[in-house]
Ligand binder design. Structure first.
Ligand code: FES
Length: 244
């Protein structure tokens, strides 16, 4: 479906990308998650206009799109900065310094003596050096705690000092290499990648994602010839209901 809305707000390039996303799925509504990343790549968040664009393209109601967009924390409801900094403050990271990291960054990025709040932005959203700060639940890197992410790329084994230095570098326009994974870009570029558009830079996002700490147990088991016990033959699982 094409509409004036897509042309006016998101341009023909984004409307074409939306069509390419929709073409990946047997049913257009299945394309909603990457479509929401696509609109975030344009505006830095999912705006009311972005919701209307998705609804229009996917033949959904705006209520249906809103219900999905407000469920997942990766879809932002306010414009994000050039970079999104997510500090893990879940139990393990918090105990090992995540809370101190978050507090230090809140104070550094705040203004007039007021610390920055969750999902608030220092600087003009989208402008160079602007930073949106959030605290995050477990980022699935507990063996490297405390961790933070910038635009979903990992910076492992952080301290309040190293995190502050990292954020200062981001504010100065630098893009320090993450501990692993893809090189750092910016929030909107990553949103485009999450929508499935790599612009010929596939090799750039194909960095190693596992740290040596994560693989250490498997490596020791391999060296010692350890294997998991086989499942006993007597174990049986209940039959799954037929798929309708
Ligand atoms: S508690 Fe921080 S990565 Fe799991």
């Amino acid at each position: 479906m094409t509409s004036d809305l897509s042309d006016d707000l998101f341009g023909t390039d984004i409307a074409d990308k939306a069509k390419a996303i929709i073409a990946r799925y047997p049913r257009s509504r299945s394309a909603l998650l990457p479509m929401l990343h696509l609109v975030q790549s344009v505006e830095g968040y999912v705006s009311v206009d972005g919701i209307a664009f998705c609804a229009d393209q996917l033949d959904l109601t705006t209520a249906e799109v809103s219900a999905v967009a407000t469920f997942y924390t990766m879809y932002k409801r306010k414009p994000c900065g050039e970079h999104l900094v997510s500090v893990c403050t879940n139990t393990l990271c918090a105990a090992l310094g995540g809370d101190a990291i978050y507090d230090g960054l809140r104070k550094h990025l705040g203004r007039d003596g007021k610390a920055l709040g969750h999902e608030q932005t220092s600087g003009e959203p989208g402008e160079p050096g602007s930073i949106t700060l959030e605290h995050a639940e477990c980022l699935a890197a507990c063996d490297l705690a405390p961790v933070l992410q910038v635009n979903y790329e990992f910076y492992d084994n952080q301290t309040p000092e190293s995190a502050l230095d990292l954020v200062k570098q981001l504010q100065a326009g630098k893009k320090p290499d993450p501990s692993r994974g893809a090189p750092l870009t910016d929030f909107r570029q990553v949103e485009l990648q999450l929508a499935g558009f790599l612009d010929g830079r596939e090799s750039d996002v194909d960095g190693p994602s596992a740290a040596p700490e994560t693989l250490r147990g498997a490596k020791i088991a391999h060296e010692k010839g350890w294997t998991a016990p086989a499942m006993p033959d007597s174990v049986s699982f209940p039959a799954l209901p037929e798929k309708k």
